[in-house]
Ligand binder design. Structure first.
Ligand code: PGA
Ligand code: ZN
Length: 412
């Protein structure tokens, strides 16, 4: 079994040009695993701390003074790596070592184990069984924390190629809608600059309803039947809109202010009017009861918790008690180490909470996300449509389709 022989950490940059850490884990002195930690812009209140004291250097110092503890460990053993991390940092939010170190170290270890064993990383995480491609969610239009003034208040307008028979077809459909959407936006706004947000989604001057209409029109123009070939989804990311003082959702760009009850009605209408299959964080991260109301109303929709759950087992248990959601985002760096995230995925699957493995808005060109999505039986994957750091993941799925390992698309 491959064992860790050296570890090196360095400062690197993510797709937003922000400092982050990258870690190299070497096994048996020759197999290199390498992972760069991503970071979010609309970060949930209960996510682990990315860098201790907000300093990348601090995180690297913590790593460097503890490297010896990891030398000799079995690289594919995510649990032992987690236990060892916990001897350095026993806080619940990784505030001593930082979630970025926990993330990069634990994934780089499995990456190097996969290379030593000469298997794709997903085989290390899930030794056998059926491997299916998650449906790629295409973030085609965006606003909120991912784009500038004038864009929609809502963060992500997504398409879901539910009718695709293969990963290749699914990706082609997403690219086609993204391309056509540019024409639709340009037709409406002659001064459209082709600007895109952090995840490559178009960032036009539009309000939320205009954005929904534009995405719907682009799907229709492509000849896709909504609800049959393709469906629409939205990441409302409402924790960024919620104002605790006035206890309301403040849509700054469009000048609206909604009570909790009004928000539920607004979301319900959007779901019905646009036949959404997917609604992420439609209410804010503390609103378990409001989430439960939407889950009750829309049993066939993926009512998904991102900031609500932050890939945290205790938050998942709370959500289960309330019946607050029927789907969960899995972001490893919200939880810290890969073991934390795998534990979350196990509990979600046991409780019939469907998983959507997700990138962050500040990403690297790493492709581990795809392997984690497949190994956790995720129904969908969020990894954007355009931009090198998004394309790298999409292309990895195409490579995996050549391996003979994969058994079609996940059923939604
Ligand atoms: P983030 O956004 O990576 O900026 O947190 C992604 C999301 O909210 O799903
Ligand atoms: Zn989200």
């Amino acid at each position: 079994m491959p064992s860790i022989t050296s570890i090196t950490g360095r400062v690197c940059y993510n797709s937003r040009g922000q400092e982050t850490v990258e870690i190299d884990v070497m096994t048996d002195q020759k197999y290199l695993g390498r992972t760069c930690a991503p970071s979010g812009a609309s970060v949930g209140k209960y996510e682990v701390v990315n860098f201790p004291k907000n300093k990348v250097d601090h995180a690297l110092q913590m790593l460097n003074s503890n490297i010896n503890k990891f030398i000799g460990l079995e690289a594919s053993d995510t649990e032992t790596i987690f236990d060892t991390l916990r001897t350095i940092d026993d806080t619940s939010d990784y505030s001593k070592v930082g979630g970025a170190i926990a993330y990069a170290l634990s994934i780089a270890a499995v990456d190097s184990a996969a290379k030593a064993l000469n298997v794709p990383m997903l085989k290390v995480l899930k030794k056998n069984g059926i491997y299916r491609f998650p449906i790629p969610l295409g973030n085609v239009l965006g606003g909120g924390a991912h784009a500038g003034p004038g864009t929609p208040d809502i963060q992500e307008f997504l398409v879901v190629p539910i009718g695709a028979k293969s990963i290749n077809e699914a990706l082609r459909m997403n690219f086609e809608v993204h391309r056509e959407l540019k024409n639709v936006i340009e037709h409406k706004d002659k001064e459209f600059t082709y600007g895109r947000g952090d995840e490559g989604a178009w960032a036009p001057k539009m309000n939320d309803v205009e954005a929904l209409d534009a995405v719907e029109k682009a799907c229709n123009n492509c000849g896709f039947k909504i609800d049959k070939d393709i469906a629409m989804g939205v990441d409302f990311a409402t924790s960024s809109l919620w104002d605790e003082n006035s206890k309301s959702y403040v849509y700054i760009r469009s000048g609206r202010k909604f009570t909790s009850a009004r928000q539920i009605e607004f979301v319900s209408n959007v779901i019905k009017d646009y036949k959404l299959i997917y609604a992420e964080d439609p209410v804010h991260e503390e609103a378990f009861e409001d989430m439960a109301e939407l889950t009750k109303r829309f049993r066939n929709v993926y009512v998904t918790g991102d900031d609500l759950l932050v890939t945290n087992v205790e938050r998942l248990e709370k959500a289960k008690k309330y019946n607050a959601c029927n789907a969960a985002i899995l972001k490893v760096n919200q939880a810290g180490s890969l073991h934390d995230a795998m534990d979350f995925s196990k509990k979600a699957n046991e409780n019939n909470i469907r998983l959507i493995t997700s990138h962050r808005s500040g990403e690297s060109i790493d492709t581990h996300l795809v392997h984690i999505a497949i190994a956790t039986n995720s129904k969908m994957i969020k990894s954007g449509v355009l931009g090198g750091e998004r394309i790298s993941k999409l292309n990895e799925m195409l490579r995996l389709s050549e391996t003979g390992l994969m058994d079609g698309m996940a059923e939604v």
